[in-house]
Ligand binder design. Structure first.
Ligand code: C2E
Ligand code: CA
Ligand code: CA
Length: 600
C-alpha cells in the first residue's frame, strides 16, 4: 500500500463518517444548534421545524435570544456567559422557547463550549422538548399541594404558606391570622342526600369562601368539611373577626349545590399571630381549638383563640379518650326516673337516663358527655347500649310485678336518628330483650325535630309503623308550636321543666300550661310535664289527666332502687326514694368505716 492510497482511504473514511454524522444530526429529534460568541446561530438542524415551526433558513444569523421567553432571558444569558469562560465546559439550561405559532415550549438544552476546537469553533447546543414531561411534573406538584375536589390548597401547601408568612412577619412585625372553618351538620347532608350531593355542596362552599377573602389570602380545604383561611397580613386585631362575620353573613344565603338549594353554616376558630409567634403546627392547632370552642357555643359563630382554651381543649380530649373505653370498662350505668299519673301518683313508666362513673372524676353528668359523644359519633354505641340495658331491665321487672307493664322512655339523639339502619337496630334490640314495641317510647328533642324536618318525620313514621311510640322532648324550648308539631307523627309531648317552673309564677303562666295540656289532648297526644319539683306545680296539673316526672316524685335511681320503689304501695313524693338511696349509701359508708377501724 502506498502513501497516496493510504491518504485516499482515510479521506474516504472521513467522508463517510462525516456523512454518517451529518445524517445522524439531521434526523435527530433533538435540535442541534451552533452559536458564535455573540449567540448568533450559524447552524441549526431541521428538527427545529418540527419542534418550533421555523424553517432553518429563517433562524440563521439571528441570535438565539430572540426565541427565548423574556422571563428566562436572564438565566439563559448568565448560563451562556458562564459557559464562555470555560473552554470545553458544559452547562444545562431549562427555558421556554417561542414556537412560530406564538406559544412557548419548555426546552432542555445541553450547551458545550467548543469554540477552542479548531474543527468546530462554536458553542454547540443540544436541545429537546420537555413540555409534556414538564406538564406532568407540574400536575404532580399541583396534586401534591391541592385538594382534588375543590382545587383549593391542601393542608400541606397551607402549612407551608403559614410557615412562610410567620417567617416574614417575624422580621418586619405585623401579624397574620388563620381561620379554621368547620361546616355545621355536614355529616347530615352526606348521610341523608348521599356523597354526590355532599361533594357539590363542598364545591359550592369552596367557591363562595374564596369570594369572601382578598387575592393575597389563601383558602384551603383540609379534607372532609374542614376549611382554613390564611390572612397573610392583617391591619389590626379586629380584621380577622370582621372577615369571620363577613363569611357567616355570606353563608346566610342559600347555595346552589348541583341543582339543589342548600344552606350551610360554619363554626370558625381564629388564631392571630403574636410578635414571638410559635411554629406553624401550634398556630394551626390554636385555630382548631378556638373552632371547637365556637362549635360548643352553638354553631354559626366564631371564637378567637386565647391561651386559657388550651386547658379546656386538653380536658375535652381526655374526656373523649376516657369515654371511648367507658362501655368496655363497665363505667356506664342506666338510672331510671319514674313517670307518674299526677292525680294518683301511680307509676306509669320510667325514663332511662345514662350515668357515667368516671374512675377519677366520679359521677359525670350526661350534659357533660352526651354532646361530646354526639360530636364524635360515639353516641351510636352508647345509645344502643343504654337502649338494650333499659329494655332488658324493664322486661325483667315484668316478672317481679306482672300487673305493672311499665312504659319505658329512652332518649334518642339526632345523630342516632340519622343512621340509615336505626329502625332495624332498635327492632333487633326489642327482639333480643323481649320487650314489646308499644312499651318503648323514643324521646327526641323538639329542636332536633324542627331542625331536621322532613327526613326525621320519615324515620319517626317508620318507628311508629314498627309499633313504637315517639315523644317530643323538651317541648317549649324550641319552636313551641303545637299545631306545627301536630303535623309530625308523634304520640307524646314532654313539656320542658322551664315551662313547668314558670307555671308556679303567676296565674297567666299556669293558665298557659293548662292550655297546652288541653290542646295536646285534643290533638290526641299524651302529655308528660317534666321537672315537677313542688306540690304547687303538681296541683296546677292535677285535674288535667296528664302525667308528670320530677324530683317531687323521685330523682333518677338505680335499677335495684327502682325495683324497690315498684314494690312499695305508699306515694312517691314522700321522699321515700331519696331515703332509700340515702339508706343504701349509709350502709356502704358504715361498711367502709367498720372495715378501716377493723384494720387499725
Ligand atoms: P332530658 O331527656 O330532658 O332528661 C330529663 C333531665 O331532667 C334529667 O337530667 C333529669 O335528671 C332531670 N330532671 C328530672 N326531674 C327534674 C326536676 O324535678 N328538676 C330538675 N331541675 N331536673 C330534673 P339528666 O339525667 O342530667 O339528663 C340530661 C339530659 O341528657 C337529658 O335530658 C337527655 O337529653 C340527655 N340524656 C340522658 N341520658 C341519655 C341517653 O341515654 N341518651 C341520650 N341521647 N341522651 C341522654
Ligand atoms: Ca328525655
Ligand atoms: Ca326533657
Amino acid at each position: 500500500m502506498n502513501l497516496a492510497e493510504d491518504l485516499r482511504r482515510s479521506t474516504d473514511n472521513l467522508k463517510s463518517s462525516e456523512a454518517r454524522f451529518r445524517s445522524l444530526i439531521q434526523n435527530s429529534s433533538d435540535v442541534i444548534t451552533l452559536l458564535d460568541e455573540q449567540g448568533r446561530i450559524s447552524y441549526i438542524t431541521p428538527a427545529v421545524e418540527k419542534l418550533l415551526g421555523y424553517e432553518t433558513g429563517k433562524l440563521l444569523n439571528t441570535t438565539l435570544w430572540r426565541v427565548i421567553h423574556s422571563d428566562d432571558l436572564n438565566t439563559a444569558n448568565a448560563t451562556f456567559q458562564l459557559l464562555l469562560k470555560a473552554d470545553f465546559g458544559q452547562e444545562l439550561l431549562g427555558a421556554r422557547w417561542k414556537h412560530s405559532d406564538g406559544s412557548y415550549r419548555y426546552m432542555e438544552t445541553i450547551l458545550s463550549n467548543q469554540l477552542a476546537d479548531p474543527h468546530v469553533r462554536a458553542v454547540v447546543l443540544n436541545t429537546r422538548d420537555v413540555t409534556a414531561q414538564k406538564a406532568a411534573e407540574d400536575k404532580l406538584r399541583h396534586q401534591a399541594h391541592h385538594d382534588p375536589l375543590s382545587g383549593l390548597s391542601n393542608r400541606t401547601l397551607f402549612k407551608d404558606r403559614v410557615a412562610a408568612s410567620l417567617g416574614r412577619h417575624r422580621d418586619d412585625r405585623g401579624s397574620l391570622a388563620v381561620l379554621f372553618l368547620d361546616l355545621d351538620d355536614f355529616k347530615h347532608v352526606n348521610d341523608s342526600l348521599g356523597h354526590a350531593a355532599g361533594d357539590s355542596l363542598l364545591l359550592a362552599v369552596a367557591g363562595r369562601l374564596q369570594k369572601c377573602v382578598g387575592p393575597s389570602d389563601t383558602v384551603a380545604r383540609f379534607g372532609g368539611d374542614e376549611f382554613a383561611i390564611l390572612l397573610d397580613s392583617i391591619p389590626d386585631e379586629a380584621y380577622p373577626t370582621a372577615v369571620a362575620e363577613r363569611i357567616l353573613g355570606a353563608f346566610r344565603l342559600p347555595l346552589l349545590a348541583g341543582d339543589i338549594e342548600m344552606t350551610a353554616a360554619f363554626s370558625i376558630g381564629i388564631a392571630i399571630s403574636t410578635p414571638k409567634s410559635l411554629d406553624p403546627e401550634e398556630f394551626l392547632r390554636n385555630a382548631d381549638v378556638a373552632m371547637y370552642r365556637a362549635k360548643g357555643r352553638g354553631k354559626r359563630t366564631y371564637e378567637v383563640f386565647e391561651v386559657s382554651m388550651h386547658a379546656a381543649a386538653l380536658e375535652r380530649l381526655e374526656t373523649e379518650n376516657d369515654l371511648r373505653v367507658a362501655i368496655e370498662r363497665d363505667q356506664l350505668k342506666v338510672e331510671y326516673q319514674p313517670i307518674v299519673w299526677i292525680e294518683s301518683e301511680q307509676v306509669y313508666g320510667v325514663e332511662a337516663l345514662v350515668r357515667w362513673h368516671h374512675p377519677t372524676k366520679g359521677r359525670v353528668e350526661p350534659d357533660r358527655f352526651i354532646p361530646l359523644a354526639e360530636e364524635t359519633g360515639m353516641i351510636a354505641s352508647i345509645g344502643a347500649w343504654v337502649l338494650e340495658q333499659a329494655c332488658r331491665e324493664v322486661r325483667a321487672w315484668d316478672d317481679l310485678f306482672p300487673d305493672r307493664r311499665l312504659r319505658l322512655g329512652v332518649n334518642l339523639s339526632v345523630r342516632q336518628l340519622q343512621r340509615r339502619n336505626i329502625v332495624n337496630e332498635i327492632r333487633q334490640i326489642l327482639k333480643r330483650t323481649g320487650l314489646a314495641p308499644d312499651r318503648l317510647t323514643l324521646e327526641i328533642t323538639e329542636s332536633a325535630v324542627i331542625r331536621e324536618g322532613e327526613e326525621t318525620a320519615a324515620v319517626l313514621q317508620r318507628l311508629r309503623a314498627a309499633g313504637m311510640k315517639v315523644a317530643i322532648d323538651d317541648f317549649g324550648t324550641g319552636y313551641s308550636s303545637l299545631s306545627y308539631l301536630a303535623r309530625f307523627p308523634i304520640d307524646v309531648i314532654k313539656i320542658d321543666k322551664a315551662f313547668v317552673r314558670a307555671s308556679g309564677r303567676g296565674a297567666k303562666n299556669s293558665a298557659l300550661l293548662r292550655a297546652i295540656v288541653g290542646l295536646g289532648h285534643s290533638l290526641g297526644v299524651e302529655i308528660v310535664a317534666e321537672g315537677i319539683e313542688t306540690r304547687e306545680q303538681a296541683k296546677i296539673l292535677e285535674s288535667l289527666g296528664c302525667r308528670g316526672q320530677g324530683y317531687y316524685y323521685s330523682k333518677s335511681v338505680s335499677g335495684e332502687v327502682m325495683a324497690g320503689l315498684l314494690g312499695r304501695t305508699s306515694p312517691l313524693h314522700d321522699g321515700a326514694a331519696e331515703s332509700d338511696r340515702e339508706a343504701a349509701e349509709e350502709a356502704v359508708m358504715l361498711e367502709l368505716l367498720e372495715g378501716s377501724t377493723g384494720q387499725a
